[in-house]
Write a protein that binds this ligand. Structure first.
Ligand code: ZN
Length: 321
């Protein structure tokens, strides 16, 4: 497994950590540095626009439509803002101000190695006495959501196309539950054929707080120090793409920076990818205002929209720069 042990100080403000087996070119480093600059500019412009809205107590229709879509703000028929809006805009501004300050300090961007982040799977047998699914050195952690399939007949009690939650994960076995931390599914028989437990997830563009199943030191099974604290960007997705729109990387940097500097959540993502079976953003559009005002993608998209002065509900091909 590659490790993040190689460092380039691209400039005084940007440290790039990468896998020694995948050295980014000077151009790729420059692209990443440019994306960081773009992210900074978008956030700076957002803060200054928010200052104007707050001080003038007015907001133009386009900006209102952006706040309606991404932060679930309501409708107004005039440009004049009620006090409740001013209060909410101040809360939003606090997050951007923290991100602006954070991105202007020296920052480390590390390579999130996409092949290490891909969905995991493992063939398993069953121990009927204990409802254990046995699989040597399986990749699952408690609370992972997995599905099961088989070449023959699934063990009694398990069904295909059904999300299960991993519980009691040990090195060579685990149990499944139908809810997070719930009671173990009772396995009635061993079934027939080769059974596989597998995850369905999209390779992330980036992350900042390591999550389960992301890169760990294989010897200690712990996050290594240099994987903590960085903004991780998926270089492989970014630099191998013939379309590597800087604005998408800048958006990802802003998204991760809101996690890093203001501890935002991921209630829902604005983007969708039909080819990967990700549904249109129904979850995004049904967030409460309170959730949206603590949702990383809401901040990332709003900054891009305010920077470009256009309402984007997802990233589009024309947004290359
Ligand atoms: Zn996130």
């Amino acid at each position: 497994m590659p490790t993040l042990d190689t460092v380039t100080n691209y400039n005084t403000n940007l440290t790039i950590k990468y896998h020694s087996s995948r050295v980014p070119s000077a151009q790729q480093c420059k692209t990443l540095a440019d994306c960081l600059e773009l992210a900074k500019k978008a956030v700076e412009k957002t803060v200054s626009q928010l200052d104007t809205f707050i001080s003038q107590k007015k907001m133009d229709p386009l900006s209102r439509s952006i706040f309606k879509h991404h932060f679930r703000f309501g409708d107004l028929t005039t440009d004049s803002l009620p006090e409740t809006w001013i209060d909410d805009l101040k809360k939003v501004r606090r997050v951007y101000a923290a991100v602006k300050q954070g991105l202007n300090q020296p920052i480390t961007i590390s390579d999130a190695y996409s092949t290490e982040l891909k969905a995991q799977q493992a063939n398993f047998a069953v121990n009927l006495l204990s409802n254990q699914l046995t699989a040597a050195n399986h990749p699952f952690f408690n609370d992972d959501v997995v599905y099961v399939r088989t070449t023959g007949t699934l063990p009694g009690g398990l069904a295909a196309n059904t999300p299960y939650h991993v519980i009691d994960a040990h090195v060579n076995w685990f149990r499944l539950a139908t809810s997070q931390g719930g009671a173990a599914v009772v396995v009635a028989n061993a079934g027939i054929g080769t059974h596989t437990a597998y995850e369905i997830k999209q390779t992330p563009r980036g992350y900042v707080k390591p999550k389960k199943n992301q890169i760990k030191d294989p010897n200690t099974n712990k996050w290594t120090a240099n994987q903590l604290g960085s903004i991780h960007i998926n270089f492989q997705m970014l630099v191998n793409s013939t379309k590597s729109p800087k604005i998408t990387v800048a958006r990802t940097i802003i998204h991760e920076a809101t996690h890093k500097f203001k501890d935002t959540e991921d209630f829902a993502y604005a983007w969708y990818h039909p080819a990967e079976g990700i549904a249109p953003a129904a979850a995004y559009n049904s967030m409460t205002k309170g959730q949206a005002m603590d949702n990383a993608d809401s901040f990332a998209y709003t900054a891009i929209c305010l920077y470009k002065r256009q309402l984007y509900t997802k990233m589009v091909d024309s947004l290359y720069s």
